[in-house]
Ligand binder design. Structure first.
Ligand code: HEC
Ligand code: HEC
Ligand code: HEC
Ligand code: HEC
Ligand code: HEC
Ligand code: HEC
Ligand code: HEC
Ligand code: HEC
Length: 452
């Protein structure tokens, strides 16, 4: 009799595991890429941002060419590219190494060109490529995982195409190596400067540029940086103040996820866990290239204290939203907004969406004003304050916290109004009205379905 309790779950597992695997591999087999590949079509430009998945060679030029032949024809076709290449280490390698021609990266056959993925660079630059791949073990966020992070995001497939095409431009940091040392100069000196990072690390959810330039480090860089010798590696003694790469890729290590504790600032972490203690010691060692160790440890403790304060405010706002939800005063409630494509679990068992990740995916649109206020508090004010604390830009800490206070009082006032309206409705009609089809049938919703 008792064996039934063993073999029935076992049987269910035996069915579920292969079914799950089959489902995941099916979901990646569509014309797009990632978990929702059946829901979207790539644009031509995305072949450049994610070449392994989408690039197909031009067919207009026929023939196989030597490196010198590529250069001489392209001298006329794309003179800028050839001139950049001529200035690069690839055209003028040290120590009698052979030149690295166009064909070394793109192939010889013009009807079968490829755009170089990290593996192709890794064929010659093993160290950097290995370090880059090894970064995966730190999980999200990280450069090595950036592409899947974007294409597996639910809002990536659900928003109108034109709003999400460019996600892959920034998240291509995972799928090609020319993000920081741009083609075709491929200059290490360029990558050492902060400008190399801010094409992507800017804007309200990640104001790394603004917070760095407002810091003591950034100010010194702005004043004197043009006079420094950028051919020197990013190690102790070579620079008076650090740049982005000095701190996040110290000693030229091709990893950015090995030190950060707070993970983008979008969720609360325990900064004192044993794993984070290791990261903290690495930060302190780095600051100690120039500052005193104890002083540096204090700066990191101040960042933790700022985070604690921020999360107290965010949790207070979350609690207000959750209590409105449990009293059925917050619409759209679960099941009242359209599920994301492929989200069959959510269609069958609609779940509430408040807070980390749920908040991230749902709160961009199809939400009520009070939820949007919470989203902005969390995604803009909070993240601005975090980056201010991380980068030593106190004005951003102040501004971020003032913004969170303001948002919190607005949320409280809105909650009060919703409760008042709810109660008076209850008194008058004995029930509360539901929003009906309002959120399910919106124009924006239909539009999305047709335009991906
Ligand atoms: C006879 C002239 C000629 C030669 C030789 C030549 N190319 Fe091109 N290449 C072109 C032209 C023209 C285009 C633009 C084709 C188009 O847009 O349809 C082009 C385009 C390209 C592109 C861009 C492809 C894309 O999809 O954006 C790459 C990369 C490229 N060539 C690399 C090479 C390499 C590598 C060699 C040597 C193996 C080479 N070319 C030799 C004329 C040439
Ligand atoms: C060290 C490797 C490397 C070498 C050498 C190289 N390229 Fe490229 N090339 C790249 C990378 C990386 C890209 C960007 C690919 C992408 O967007 O996915 C690129 C893109 C291109 C493109 C298309 C995008 C654009 O900017 O128009 C052309 C055309 C091109 N290369 C031509 C050349 C020519 C001509 C040469 C030789 C003078 C050359 N490449 C040498 C790595 C290289
Ligand atoms: C065929 C081998 C080969 C391939 C493929 C290759 N490189 Fe290089 N790379 C070299 C050589 C050789 C040098 C020059 C080294 C020197 O001067 O000591 C170099 C130098 C560099 C430098 C340093 C330049 C400087 O300013 O010091 C960077 C950055 C670089 N490569 C990036 C890349 C990237 C990114 C790719 C792929 C898009 C790539 N390389 C593909 C061989 C290669
Ligand atoms: C301007 C460049 C840029 C664009 C455009 C961009 N991102 Fe990002 N994204 C970033 C950066 C930089 C981070 C990491 C910020 C940090 O760690 O502070 C990030 C983080 C993320 C994260 C969270 C990472 C994590 O592990 O928690 C997700 C998810 C994401 N992006 C998805 C998207 C989607 C979907 C789009 C398009 C709607 C998009 N991104 C557009 C630069 C960009
Ligand atoms: C082409 C766009 C691009 C460029 C250029 C770029 N990054 Fe990023 N970076 C991203 C994206 C996208 C993410 C978020 C990845 C994810 O969602 O997992 C990210 C994440 C990060 C993170 C977060 C890692 C963590 O563990 O939290 C750090 C730190 C970082 N980048 C530093 C840098 C530095 C320093 C530079 C310049 C030397 C730079 N990045 C250049 C796109 C870029
Ligand atoms: C987030 C920015 C960023 C990305 C992405 C990136 N690099 Fe770099 N790269 C740098 C920086 C910064 C340096 C200078 C390091 C130093 O000062 O030692 C550099 C230097 C290099 C060098 C020269 C090393 C030397 O000692 O001269 C090579 C080669 C290189 N990178 C290859 C790659 C390859 C291959 C990839 C893709 C797997 C890649 N890079 C992606 C930022 C980046
Ligand atoms: C003085 C060293 C230093 C400099 C310079 C610096 N950062 Fe940071 N950065 C930090 C520290 C410390 C943190 C907090 C990380 C943590 O939570 O442990 C951080 C956090 C980040 C994060 C979020 C990482 C995460 O997951 O929490 C990103 C992204 C980032 N910096 C990018 C940049 C960019 C881009 C620049 C240049 C414009 C830059 N940083 C300049 C030290 C520096
Ligand atoms: C390459 C040298 C260097 C490194 C590495 C460095 N700093 Fe600095 N830092 C400076 C210099 C120079 C100044 C400006 C002079 C001063 O205030 O000491 C400065 C100023 C500061 C200031 C402003 C001080 C004030 O009194 O207003 C803070 C905060 C700071 N650094 C924090 C850090 C932290 C935290 C780290 C490590 C994550 C770090 N620094 C890494 C060189 C460095």
């Amino acid at each position: 009799m008792g064996t039934r309790y063993v073999y029935i779950p076992l049987l269910i597992l035996l069915i579920l595991i292969p079914a799950g695997r089959y489902y995941v591999s099916w979901s990646k087999s569509g014309s797009g890429a990632g978990l929702y590949s059946h829901e979207w079509q790539p644009e031509a430009i995305q072949g450049y941002w994610h070449p392994k998945a989408f690039y197909t060679s031009v067919k207009s030029i026929v023939g196989e060419y030597t490196g010198e032949e590529c250069v001489s024809c392209h001298e006329a076709v794309t003179p800028g590219i050839v001139s950049d290449w001529r200035q690069s280490g690839h055209s003028q390698p040290a120590n009698n190494q052979g030149k690295v021609y166009c064909s070394s990266c793109h192939g010889n056959d013009h009807q079968n060109l490829h755009l170089p993925t990290p593996e192709i660079c890794g064929g010659c630059h093993t160290n950097q490529h290995d370090q880059f791949l090894d970064e995966r073990r730190f999980g999200f966020p990280s450069h090595a995982l950036a592409m899947e992070r974007a294409i597996d995001a639910k809002h990536f497939v659900d928003k109108p195409k034109s709003e999400v095409t460019a996600c892959l431009q920034c998240h291509s940091v995972a799928s090609k190596c020319d993000s920081c040392h741009t083609r075709h100069r491929f200059s290490a000196a360029e990558a050492r400067r902060p400008e190399a990072c801010i094409t992507c690390h800017s804007g309200p959810p990640h104001p790394d540029d603004a917070t760095y330039f407002a810091s003591a480090h950034g100010q010194r860089y702005l004043k004197d940086g043009d006079n420094w010798d950028w051919s020197k590696p990013l190690s102790k003694g070579n620079y008076e103040v650090p740049t982005c790469a000095y701190c996040h890729m110290s000693d030229g290590k091709h990893q950015v996820a090995d030190k950060p504790i707070w993970k983008f600032g979008i969720k609360q972490v325990n900064p004192l866990s044993s794993g984070n203690e290791i990261k903290r010691q690495q930060w302190i060692a780095l600051c100690s290239d120039c500052h005193e160790a104890d002083w540096s440890a204090d700066r990191l403790r101040e960042m933790d204290a700022e985070r604690k304060q921020a999360w107290a405010k965010l949790y207070e706002a979350e609690a207000i939203l959750k209590s409105l939800r449990s009293d059925s005063l917050l619409h759209p409630a679960a099941g009242e907004r359209p599920p994301y494509p492929n989200d069959w679990l959510d269609s069958l068992f609609p779940r509430e969406h408040i807070g980390f990740l749920e908040g991230q995916a749902s709160a961009f649109y199809n939400v009520s004003p009070i939820e949007r206020d919470y989203f902005e508090m969390w995604y803009f004010d909070n993240l601005g304050a975090y980056k201010g604390a991380a980068h030593g830009a106190s004005s951003f800490v102040e501004k971020g916290h003032a913004g969170m206070e303001q948002a919190l009082s607005k949320i409280k006032a809105e909650a009060k109004t919703l409760r008042m309206l709810g109660e008076s409705e209850q008194r008058k009609t004995g029930k509360r009205s539901a929003p009906g089809e309002h959120w399910l049938k919106g124009e924006y919703t239909e539009f999305n379905k047709e335009h991906n």
